[in-house]
Design a protein around this ligand. Structure first.
Ligand code: COA
Length: 258
C-alpha cells in the first residue's frame, strides 16, 4: 500500500505522508517509498519542487514509528538510520527544491525531515522539536548537525538537550522555519514559494542551492572557489543568454533548463 498521497500541479509535486492514525510517523515501508520517490524526482527534470506535508491536522510527522521500533533489533535500527540518512542526503543533493509544509507536530525524525528540506513553511498550529533525549536516544537523522547549521549551536543545544517543542512563532523567530502561513493557507503559501522558485532558471536554482549547501562545511576561500565552479555551469548555459535577451526586450524570460 502506498504510504504517500501524491498530487501534481505544473512542475510541483505534493507528497502527503498518508498515516494520519499514527500521526504520520515514518515506518520502514514509508521510508523505503520515500527514498524511491526522492530518487525518481532527482533523476528526471519534470519536477522542479516537492512539497512535503502530512495527512490530517494534527501532525506533519511524529518521527520514527515508535510502535514498529519497539519490535526492532539494534541492527534493524542501524539499518533504518542509514537509510534515513541516505534519503535525506539525496534530497540535499537533488536539483529539486524540497519544501516542508508543516501542518502540525514535527517531532524527532519529523523535524529532521523538515531540516533536510530547502524551505520550511509552518501552519500556525505547527510544533517542532528534537525530543529524542526524552526517549533515551539522540537525533539520528542528522538533527544534531543540520539544526546548528541552520539556527546556530547555542539555539540547537537549547532545543536538543532539553527536548522541548517550539511553536510556529518561536520557530519563525529563530529561523527554524522561513514562512508562517495564515490559518488554512499552508499549501497555498508553499505553492507560492514553489512557483516563485520555479519561475527562475532551473540550472541557476540548482547551482545556487548546491553552492550554499556545499559551501557551509568549507573555509571562506574554499567556499568562494566553489561558488565560481557553480557559476561556470550557468555561464555556459542557454538560459543565461535568454535571461539577458529577455531583459533587453523587456519581456519575461522563457527558461528551458539548458
Ligand atoms: N510512532 C508511532 N505511533 C505514534 C507516534 C509515533 N512516533 N506518535 C503518535 N503515535 C500514535 C499514538 O500512539 C496514538 O496511537 P493510538 O491511537 O493507537 O493510541 C496515535 O498516534 C495518536 O496519538 P496522540 O498522542 O493521541 O495524538 P495527538 O494528536 O494528541 O498528538 C503528537 C500527536 C505527535 C503530538 C503526539 O502523539 C506525540 O507527542 N507523539 C510522540 C512523538 C515523538 O516523541 N516523536 C519522536 C520520536 S524520536
Amino acid at each position: 500500500m502506498a504510504e504517500f498521497r501524491e498530487e501534481r500541479r505544473g512542475s510541483t509535486e505534493v507528497w502527503t505522508i498518508d498515516g494520519e492514525k499514527r500521526r504520520n510517523a515514518i515506518s520502514r515501508a514509508a521510508l523505503v517509498e520515500f527514498e524511491q520517490r526522492v530518487e525518481r524526482v532527482s533523476r528526471g527534470h519534470a519536477t522542479r519542487a516537492v512539497i512535503l506535508t502530512g495527512a490530517g491536522e494534527r501532525a506533519f510527522c511524529a518521527g520514527a514509528d515508535l510502535k514498529e521500533r519497539a519490535g526492532m533489533s539494534e541492527a534493524d535500527v542501524r539499518a533504518f538510520l542509514a537509510q534515513l540518512g541516505r534519503a535525506l542526503r539525496a534530497m540535499e543533493r537533488s536539483d529539486c527544491v524540497f519544501i516542508a509544509a508543516i501542518n502540525g507536530a514535527a517531532l524527532g525524525g519529523g523535524t529532521e525531515l523538515a531540516l533536510a528540506c530547502d524551505f520550511r513553511v509552518a501552519a500556525p498550529t505547527a510544533e517542532l522539536g528534537l525530543t529524542e533525549v526524552q526517549l533515551g536516544i539522540i537525533p539520528g537523522g542528522g538533527g544534531t548537525q543540520r539544526l546548528p547549521r541552520l539556527v546556530g549551536p547555542a539555539r540547537a543545544k537549547d532545543l536538543i538537550l532539553t527536548g522541548r517543542r517550539v511553536n510556529a512563532a518561536e520557530a519563525l523567530a529563530i529561523g527554524l522555519v522561513q514562512r508562517l502561513a495564515p490559518e488554512g493557507r499552508l499549501l497555498e503559501v508553499a505553492h507560492g514559494l514553489a512557483e516563485q522558485v520555479g519561475a527562475n532558471a532551473p540550472l541557476a536554482v540548482a547551482a545556487a542551492k548546491h553552492a550554499i549547501d556545499e559551501g557551509l562545511a568549507l573555509t571562506l576561500d574554499e567556499a568562494l572557489a566553489l561558488e565560481q565552479r557553480h557559476y561556470e555551469k550557468v555561464l555556459a548555459s542557454e538560459d543565461r543568454l535568454e535571461g539577458l535577451a529577455a531583459f533587453a526586450e523587456k519581456r519575461p524570460p522563457g527558461f528551458r533548463g539548458r
